[in-house]
Design a protein around this ligand. Structure first.
Ligand code: GLN
Length: 275
């Protein structure tokens, strides 16, 4: 079974209607390691059998709904390139808000902790923009940490990585670390939310998306314990769902955070709250 007939030229492939043109171009460029311009200038190049087979396989997976980022193995975030696998959530543009706020708030030579780092996108983007910062990132998943390490190396930043189920490994330490800033994009989707069984989300790690409860469990854990790992003037900044800003501000206030506020993403949705 092949949807790309053998002997096809790049031009025929790019004109076939099995996927949106941009996606075809990206898959073809990925397989042949060609830029967008090269795809045009070499449009009469004929695909060999192996290339044809590779492309057909990727097209089949894409038609079954697999996210482009997993097929290409990478995604851009905050102007940097990250390797992504199904072990981690695909970095989202709206998460750049959290990164921007952290970069603004972090004092000179300040320390930052990213909780549930996944691909490492947040921690690495911050460390890249603020070489003066001391950045620590943790995750419960060993696979995620291995990928985040690779991404730190790829983007030439130094991060201290730690395997931990939220604050567990930090609580266990003799000398309790204190940070200027704690940031997190935790799983916040409510159990049973229809989005979990639609689109890209079906292919992403479920533990990075939902707490299998009311969507607030991880946010609650962060609000309850962050203060014991922050300097007195430190900040906790969390990404959350489109309808969770009130609840998260409430949690922050219940846990004696001051200056509690929310920030809107580019779609004007309250996306990050902190205090
Ligand atoms: N923002 C993601 C989505 O709605 C959810 C990510 C998360 O739970 N942290 O697709």
């Amino acid at each position: 079974m092949s949807m790309i007939p053998s002997g096809s030229t790049l031009d025929t492939v790019l004109r076939s209607a099995c996927l949106p043109p941009l996606e075809l171009r990206m898959l073809l460029g990925h397989i042949l390691q060609l830029t967008r311009v090269q795809l045009i200038t070499q449009s009469d190049r004929i695909l060999n059998a192996q290339e044809t087979q590779q492309l057909s396989a990727l097209i089949t997976r894409r038609m079954a709904g697999e996210p482009m980022a997993y097929l290409l193995g990478e995604r851009e975030f905050f102007g940097l390139s990250f390797r992504v696998t199904p072990a981690v959530l695909i970095p989202r543009p709206e998460t750049e808000l959290l990164v921007e706020l952290a970069i603004q708030r972090l004092p000179r030579n300040g320390s930052l902790l990213d909780m549930g780092t996944g691909s490492g996108a947040i921690a690495i983007a911050i460390a890249h923009a603020r070489p003066d910062a001391k950045v620590t990132a943790l995750d419960v998943s060993a696979d995620a940490l291995a990928l985040a390490r690779e991404n730190a190396e790829r983007n030439e930043v130094h991060i201290d990585f730690l395997q931990s189920d939220w604050f567990t490994a930090l609580h266990a330490r003799q000398a309790r670390p204190a940070f200027d800033l704690i940031v997190s994009n935790p799983p916040y989707i409510v159990a049973g939310d229809a989005h979990l069984s639609q689109g890209d989300l079906r292919f992403e790690p479920i533990s990075a998306l939902t707490d299998h409860a009311d969507g607030l469990s991880a946010l609650r854990t962060l609000c309850r314990h962050a203060a014991s790992f922050l300097h007195s003037d430190g900040w906790l900044l969390m990404e959350h769902g489109y309808d969770q800003a009130d609840a998260v501000r409430q949690l922050l206030m219940q846990n004696q955070f001051a200056d509690v506020q929310s920030w809107r993403d580019l779609a004007a949705i309250e996306r990050v709250s902190g205090g």
